[in-house]
Write a protein that binds this ligand. Structure first.
Ligand code: SF4
Ligand code: SF4
Length: 142
């Protein structure tokens, strides 16, 4: 008797779900909703005047628990200025194969330069492609 009751109960749950709005989406035709606190691919921000926010302090690389970030700084000159600080990131790389999207890099950045954005399509065909360079990470100007 109990088995029949459980079966009817199970069927009831199934039937009920048939008329509910689905919780899944038809990806990739339909884009899923990205929540504000989602941590996706890194973005290197710019100031309103177009200069890069990153000043190559290296804190993000130091805080990263997996060693996914590599930063190499260089001095700005009057002829070539990339950031407001003395230094800018000549090289900035994020290794997506190492990153665990913990957000520590974003937390420690003193200028708010690195943020984890909403990009989640991070599959790559090769290991080399999984190392993103500064040009791929920089936010577009304007
Ligand atoms: S999100 Fe975490 S693991 Fe990924 S680069 Fe930043 S600090 Fe490293
Ligand atoms: S992203 Fe932020 S923490 Fe990392 S090197 Fe640039 S300024 Fe420093």
């Amino acid at each position: 008797m109990d088995a029949i009751f459980q079966m009817v109960r199970g069927l009831w749950v199934t039937c009920k779900r048939l008329v509910w709005r689905p919780v899944t989406v038809q990806y990739p035709e339909q884009r899923p909703q990205i929540y504000p606190r989602f941590r996706g691919r890194h973005v290197l921000g710019r100031h309103e005047d177009g200069l890069e926010k990153c000043v190559a302090c290296g804190l993000c690389a130091a805080a990263c628990p997996t060693g996914a970030i590599y930063v190499e700084g260089a001095e700005n000159t009057e002829a070539e200025r990339y950031s407001h600080g003395e230094r800018y990131a000549r090289l900035y790389q994020v290794n997506l194969l190492r990153c665990i999207f913990c957000g520590f890099c974003q937390e420690v950045c003193p200028t708010g330069a690195v943020t984890l954005g909403s990009e989640f399509e991070l599959a790559r065909y090769s290991r080399a492609d999984a190392i993103l360079c500064k040009e791929q990470l920089l936010a577009p100007k304007g």
